[in-house]
Each structure stands twice: as structure tokens, then as C-alpha cells.
Design a binder for this molecule. Structure first.
Ligand code: NAD
Length: 479
């Protein structure tokens, strides 16, 4: 078991031993506990928040160009450490190595993007409503921010929050998931190497129910930016209401794929298989249900199974298509969703089991279900696992109605060659992102936001900066 000297960062000081004990980190491919990090006590969270509040007094008034230089330097440092950090992601999270590298590269891009947006206009000179009045509308950083991130993309999702927060002039206290604390710690080291001043970035480790709650409740925290489960997001809203703290919530999804009879079926299948099973379905924008027009349904299912069969499974470090799931609890949820579906009449046409050849590790076969109905849990709740239920629909209108019939509204995908039909559907879909003839999601240049119970507030693009800024109207009478 190893642990580095630099684990939690509080007011510019690295701490190895936490006063709250230690957290063991497990490799989901081997089930070995291979590292540990200190767990923060209430006192350490308090010190981190106070350090962020003290540093805010200076950082919030720093020049945007200075902040941009530090973010750009951090991007260079992170880029230099891509291999090393990717390996850590794979070890603690399980995803294939090339995907872990892709995650680090996307985090580099986020740092560069927000470096380039740090000096966006921060105010407006508004038209006067009186002859001797000047109206200025200015934006100001909101204050110290609690950054709470999940385990499925630990570095990327932390970067999506930290980069705009710092660019806007906020200071941060980061609490990564206790399942994946290692790579985020390396990410923070890159910011330190890049010259971030003491106290501007702080890092504490711990569970959500204890350290997370203490952090969110801390009086110096003015804003919470969170990615995680919808249920946790609701709890955070309740906690944040006590101090009327601002929130950005990126929550769960239950994303539909709609396939029209006129679609390029090969492309739809390829996109569907990729987006249903990537990172073992442990992605907020994973495809959770597939609606296919009846006339091409049989052909679609056959092709979908053919493509799924080709996916390789193994430890992430051997770079297969699919690694293990994060832990046994996550895998048991998948088993439960499949059992519930089968009990209600679903048929497993591929997968459905723990692969026998692995003695250790939280592996599971990518699973394709047919004969599914909306009463099944898998059609309603986020499985967060490698399960693709496919349903035949009688019309395009039915598919859109079904796609909207969910408490979630994160991403919807559709494939059709009729672009008029596609755009009409895009207008009607109650989701923050709509992918037409592609399954690409979460690009830093464009806003990413959940509708309904998938959250509120924006991540990515210039919109993300405004999540960290307050508006002030200055009314000046000059004589
Ligand atoms: P989670 O809600 O269990 O935990 C997320 C983070 O919140 C962790 O750091 C955890 O320690 C912390 N936390 C938990 N309870 C807390 C509390 N009471 N107070 C403060 N902090 C608390 O989620 P998870 O299992 O880590 O992540 C998976 C979920 O994240 C899925 O539902 C997925 O859809 C969602 N997700 C959403 C997006 C998006 O952009 N919409 C992206 C990725 C993941």
C-alpha cells in the first residue's frame, strides 16, 4: 500500500496524514487495495474553506490575464503527465488506458479553453435612462466554491468545474469521490506547479455524507458545483438552502436513442453500441433505452448484437474495449435491473452475466435486452451499467413521446436521413443536448446542461463562466 507525501492541499500546505483517518483505494480490475489517502477531519475542512476565503480577497482582484497564464501553464503540466495520470485513472476507476488518456487530454483542453475565456468582457455600459446617469452592469466572482466531483470521469469532471471557477476569479475547495482520489490529487499538483497562489486551490478527501456535508455547510462557501446522482443533488439543494448558496447541478440521466426506418443502420448501431457500453455504461450520457421503428427493428437488433459480441473485456491496463465496473455494488445494481426486466418478460439476447474467466475484478458482460416495456426498472432508472434495452416503436411520434416520458432530461440521440424530421424531433425533445446522427457529447465549446431532474445550471462554454459570477448594477449620476 503506498501513499505519497502530497495528498491534501490546505492553504498551500500539502498534508500526508489526515486527522479524519485514511481512505483505502481499490483497483476494480484486481479488487486489490493498492493505495490510501488521508481523510479530512472537520477541522481540516474548516481550514481549507478559511484558506479559500482568505485567498479570494486577492485572487478575485487578480488580472484575468494572470489567471489565464496559470491555467495555460497547468494545461502544459497536465499534458506532460498524461501517461502517468491516465494510468492512475485506470487503476482506481477501471476504464481502458486509451480512454483514460482521452480523459486527461480533454481536461487539458478544458484548462486551455477557460484560459482563453478568462478575459471575456465582464461588464456592459448600458444605454442611459436619464440625461445625467451612467449605468454600468458588472460581473464579480461569487466567492469560494465547493467543487464536488464523481468517480466516473474524476479528472475531467473536476477540470470542467475548476477551470471556469478559477478563470472567473473564484477560489476552490475540491472534494473528489473517495473512490477515485488519486488522479485528482495529481491534477491539483499540476495547478500548484503552474504557480497557483496559496489557498486559491484546496483539496480535501473524504466521503460525501461526512466531509462533503461539512464542506457544503461551511459558512465561507458561497457556491457549490456538483456532479453526481440526482438524489445527492436534491440533498445538496436542501443543504444549500440554509445559506442560500448558489448551485450548479449536473445529475443523472436516462438517455434515449431513437432510430428511424430511413436511418443509416450501420452508423446507428455503431453509435449505439459505443454510447451504451463505453466506460461500462458508467457515463451520465450513456444510452439507456433504444427505440427503433418497427420495420427495421429485427435488422437493428441483429446488427447490434453482432457489434456487441466484438467488444473485448479485460483489465483496463491491457487496453480492451471494456474494463471492469467501479465496484460490486454498481455491478449488483446491473444484476438487479436485468433480473427485474426478465421477471417482467424481457429476453436477454446477449450477455447478462459475470464473465466466468475472471476470478477477480468487477467485470460484467455487455448486455442486450429485447421484449422490454416501460414498467421495467431498467427503462426508468439510471442503470449506470452496460445494459442496452431495445424496443420496437410503431411511429416516430411514439418514439419522441417515450423519449420525453422520463424524469430525466440530459441527452437524447437520434438517427435518420430526413433532416427535417430530425430537426422537428430536436425541437420537441425535453433534453439539454440532442445528438443527430452522432453520439458525441460534452464538448468544451458548447453548453452542457441537464433539463428536468438531470440538473440545472451550465457546464462548459462561456455559459459556465457565468455560473461563477454575480451581477452588480452601478448607477452613477454625474452632476
Ligand atoms: P454521488 O452522488 O454518489 O457522488 C458524487 C460526489 O458527491 C462524490 O464526491 C460524493 O462523495 C459526493 N457526495 C455524496 N453525497 C454527498 C452529500 N450528502 N453531500 C456532499 N457531497 C456528497 O455520484 P457518483 O456515484 O459518484 O456518480 C455517478 C452519478 O453522477 C450518476 O448518477 C451520473 O449520471 C452522474 N453524472 C452526471 C454527469 C453530468 O454531467 N450530468 C456527469 C457524470 C456523472
Amino acid at each position: 500500500m503506498k501513499g505519497s507525501e502530497e495528498m491534501m492541499l490546505i492553504g498551500g500546505q500539502w498534508i500526508k496524514e489526515g486527522m479524519g483517518g485514511a481512505i483505502r483505494v481499490q483497483d476494480p480490475a484486481t479488487e486489490e487495495f493498492f493505495a490510501e489517502v488521508p481523510k479530512a477531519s472537520e477541522k481540516e475542512v474548516d481550514l481549507a474553506c478559511k484558506a479559500a476565503a482568505e485567498a479570494f480577497k486577492v485572487w478575485s482582484r487578480s488580472l484575468p490575464s494572470e489567471r489565464a497564464i496559470i491555467l495555460s501553464n497547468a494545461a502544459l503540466e497536465l499534458e506532460r503527465k498524461t501517461e502517468e495520470i491516465a494510468e492512475l485513472i485506470t487503476r482506481e476507476q477501471g476504464k481502458p488506458l486509451r480512454e483514460a488518456k482521452g480523459e486527461v487530454q480533454a481536461a487539458v483542453k478544458a484548462l486551455r479553453f477557460f484560459a482563453s475565456r478568462a478575459d471575456l468582457p465582464v461588464g456592459e455600459w448600458r444605454a442611459p435612462n436619464h440625461p445625467r446617469i451612467v449605468n454600468l452592469v458588472k460581473r464579480y466572482p461569487v466567492g469560494p466554491v465547493a467543487v464536488i466531483s464523481p468517480w466516473n470521469y474524476p479528472v475531467l469532471l473536476t477540470a470542467w468545474k475548476v477551470a471556469p471557477a478559477l478563470a472567473a476569479g473564484c477560489t476552490v475547495v475540491i472534494k473528489p469521490s473517495s473512490k477515485t482520489p488519486l488522479a485528482v490529487t495529481e491534477f491539483v499538483k499540476c495547478l500548484v506547479e503552474a504557480g497557483i497562489p496559496e489557498g486559491v486551490v484546496n483539496l480535501v478527501h473524504g466521503g460525501g455524507q461526512d466531509v462533503g456535508v461539512i464542506l457544503v455547510n461551511h459558512p465561507d462557501i458561497r457556491k457549490i458545483t456538483f456532479t453526481g446522482k440526482t438524489e445527492t443533488g436534491k440533498m445538496l439543494m436542501r443543504l444549500a438552502s440554509a445559506g442560500l448558496k448558489r448551485l450548479t447541478l449536473e445529475l443523472g440521466g436516462h438517455c434515449p436513442l431513437i432510430v428511424a426506418a430511413d436511418a443509416d443502420l450501420e452508423a446507428a448501431v455503431k453509435g449505439g453500441v459505443y454510447r451504451a457500453f463505453r466506460n461500462m455504461g458508467q457515463v451520465c450520457n450513456s444510452i439507456n433505452r433504444i427505440y427503433v421503428e418497427r420495420s427495421v427493428y429485427d435488422q437493428f437488433v441483429q446488427l447490434f448484437v453482432e457489434h456487441t459480441k466484438k467488444l473485448t473485456i479485460g483489465p483496463g491496463l491491457t487496453d480492451p474495449d471494456l474494463g471492469p465496473m467501479i465496484d460490486n455494488e454498481a455491478r449488483q445494481r446491473v444484476v438487479h435491473h436485468i433480473e427485474d426486466a426478465v421477471a417482467k418478460g424481457a429476453e436477454i439476447v446477449y450477455g447478462g452475466k459475470i464473465p466466468a474467466r475472471f476470478e477477480k475484478g468487477f467485470f460484467f458482460e455487455p448486455t442486450v435486452l429485447v421484449n422490454v416495456s416501460h414498467e421495467m426498472v431498467v427503462l426508468q432508472e439510471e442503470t449506470f451499467g452496460p445494459v442496452a434495452p431495445i424496443m420496437a416503436v410503431e411511429s416516430w411520434e411514439d418514439a419522441i413521446r417515450f423519449a420525453n416520458n422520463s424524469r430525466y432530461g440530459l441527452v437524447a440521440y437520434l438517427y435518420t436521413r430526413d433532416l427535417g424530421k430530425a430537426l422537428r424531433a430536436a425541437e420537441l425533445l425535453e433534453h439539454g443536448t440532442v445528438g443527430i446522427n452522432n453520439v458525441v457529447g460534452g464538448e468544451v465549446e458548447y453548453p452542457y446542461a441537464g433539463w428536468k431532474e438531470s440538473g440545472f445550471g451550465f457546464e462548459l462554454s462561456e455559459h459556465a463562466l457565468n455560473e461563477f459570477l454575480l451581477i452588480k448594477h452601478i448607477r452613477l449620476q454625474w452632476e
